[in-house]
Design a protein around this ligand. Structure first.
Ligand code: ATP
Length: 367
């Protein structure tokens, strides 16, 4: 999938922009706080119907304005696709594909596959287990629509069970209705996460080894209560304790993805550069997975990824992502000379833009 053109009005600090892009590498350069990440976020928004920064839609509208609008034109193997999103203050947003409004936004997710690597992703390694589950869910739901539905059903049943626990209800039959649903949907989620990780982990390790120059060994392992038998029986067993705690302590919502460097937890011993390499390898493996399972190559957004990386790792990443299989790429950076130099070495076409106070100006295309 190639984003050929993008129009933006009042999206964060970008008042207005009409841009056309290279099908290969697009670089956005500018000082801190100029709007480079905001531009990538606009591209992200058209894929996921929400901002990467997890902020409310109302905060996206440019200060002192009443609406925002995004319009992207994509080349989908020769067919043009138009994706539109508009929202007025205090009104519901409109999301359309080829001028037809979506009934459910979840129907759009996966249509424009996209992978973003951003500094805020460090939470994936350093944050709580919910961050890692969110990552798994995002990747799997991009290629499997049923997964998202199963997850929604699981979360509804979990919310119902938690409501019973909070009200200190004792009637076992009432719990069993939701526990049965959690068990069935949870088992499905477990199988999907496990199957996804069995193909994902070796690819992730291969990318890490390549970027780090082969000197470090990293691991990922999946832990779930589902490994210990049927969730239905486990939930009955812990019901009394959960009632005292007021929440559900067993199930897919407690799954963990353990990350290691050598024999130790990554989050405790990884240096900033190693954490960044780990993150980039995870995201490139995500890209590879979507590429193998989807119909069209995902768009890759690399936001400020070179900070804290030595020049060897930086060059290996650029040479990796400029391979044919990585399709269209959007990169932001603050240092023009350095990035320019490395990209030029790859011999691929690239397009440069300068971002100043929310204004995006195209510099000349280069080869
Ligand atoms: N709704 C909004 N209206 C106007 N400006 C906004 C809005 N939301 C964010 N901004 C502004 O956007 C700017 C941040 O832009 P962005 O994060 O894209 O910077 P950047 O170029 O990626 O910088 P860095 O190199 O530091 O990462 C800030 O100045 C912030 O005040």
């Amino acid at each position: 999938m190639i984003l050929s053109r993008l129009s933006i009005i009042n999206f964060k600090n970008i008042a207005q922009a009409d841009l056309s892009f290279s099908p290969n590498i697009n670089c956005f350069l500018g000082n801190n706080g100029m709007g480079k990440t905001n531009l990538l976020d606009a591209i992200y928004y058209l894929s996921f119907c929400k901002s990467y920064s997890h902020i409310a839609d109302s905060q996206i509208i440019r200060h002192d304005e009443d609406f925002f609008m995004l319009q992207g034109y994509y080349d989908n193997n020769g067919n043009e696709e138009e994706v539109y999103c508009g929202m007025k203050k205090r009104q519901k947003k409109q999301f359309k594909r080829n001028k037809k409004e979506y009934g459910r936004l979840s129907d759009h997710i996966g249509f424009i596959p996209l992978v973003m690597v951003s500094p805020s992703d460090s939470d994936l390694i350093l944050g709580g287990s919910d961050e890692r589950r969110r990552f798994l869910d995002l990747v799997i739901s991009q290629f499997d629509k049923n997964y998202l539905d199963t997850l929604i059903r699981y979360n509804k049943a979990l919310a119902q069970r938690n409501a019973l626990l909070k009200q200190e209800i004792k009637d076992a039959a009432l719990y069993e209705i939701w526990e049965e649903q959690m068990s069935v949907t949870g088992e499905e989620i477990f199988k999907q996460r496990k199957s996804f990780l069995s193909t994902f982990i070796p690819v992730f390790q291969e990318f890490y080894t390549y970027i780090s120059g082969g000197n470090e060994s990293v691991g990922l392992s999946y832990r779930s209560h589902h490994e210990h038998g049927e969730l239905f029986a486990q939930l009955a067993e812990v019901r009394e304790r959960d009632r005292i705690l007021g929440y559900t302590t067993r199930g897919s919502h407690k799954d963990e993805l353990e990350m290691t460097l050598g024999e130790y937890p990554m989050k405790r011993i990884g240096s900033q550069g190693q954490n960044k390499t780990f993150l980039i390898a995870l995201k490139l493996a995500q890209f590879d997975f979507l590429n193998r399972n989807g119909f069209t190559s995902p768009i890759l957004l690399l936001d400020d990824i070179f900070d804290k990386l030595d020049s060897q790792r930086m060059e290996r990443i650029i040479s990796l992502v400029s391979e044919e299989r990585f399709g269209q790429i959007f990169i932001t950076d603050t240092n023009r000379e350095y990035l320019d130099e490395i990209i030029r070495k790859t011999g691929h076409d690239f397009h440069l833009y300068q971002v100043i106070q929310g204004n995006i100006e195209s510099l000349k295309e280069e080869k």
